[in-house]
Design a protein around this ligand. Sequence first.
Ligand code: APR
Length: 253
Amino acid sequence: MIAPDLATAISELRGLIAGAQSIIPFTGAGISTECGIPDFRSPGGLWTKNRPIPFDDFMTSSEMRTESWRQRFVLEESFAQAQPGRGHRALATLYHAGKIPALVTQNIDNLHQASGIPPQDIVELHGNTTYALCLACATRYELSWVREKFEANGQHAPDCTCGGYIKTATVSFGQAMPAEAMQRAEELTKRCDLFVAVGSSLVVWPAAGFPLMAKRNGAALVIVNRESTEFDELADLVVRHDIGDVFAPFIGN
Ligand code: APR
């Protein structure tokens, strides 16, 4: 059912949440747009301004590593000042009310952590852009350190002391998905009785497979997204309204 209006959407969502034992939110970039972080595929989104840098290009070209870091530092102002939005805060409320055992996100902006959900209950399928790792020895580097080196040596990406390449802790196209996160997301998806996809175009696999997996394992499926997705016919409830407006009534004090 596509909710005919916002009030009906909220009432239907409230009923599904009340009746659920285990709710798994599955979030995408749309939950963070009201926080000042653009999504990827909407008009003006990140992929309309930058071409995503495939992992192989990052590994084989120092120019691509430099371009990758240049793009990341251009975004630093938006990421650094972003605060959790109404969607993040509502999901944190439901988590602390015991309705959500853990949350699966495609987002890399750390806003679910900032909303008060403990990191161990946030499954990041595409990693996290608020810190960096050496791809060879997995040493962690803070972005401030990388930026200082980047700017000191004429906008060239610094390498790790071990000689490995340093990259934000995100998963690029062509890079292996994090096995542990995928495994945990699968377990959570198969065990939940309500799966709520929030702010995702559901076009990037394997992440986009989780709503289907939830439905196939008997969960009710809700899709909250401004635009239609290819999974809408599968959903028990489709809400094509602003995420913040939909979730504001679920924010606790
Ligand atoms: N309210 C409702 N929907 C919104 C809002 C909002 N305030 N803002 C954006 N949206 C919707 C857009 O209409 C869009 O369909 O959120 C969706 C975001 O889709 P994408 O930009 O494709 O982002 P996402 O689905 O998270 O992308 C998945 O692709 O590029 C990779 O790794 C990247 O994790 C990302 C993955």
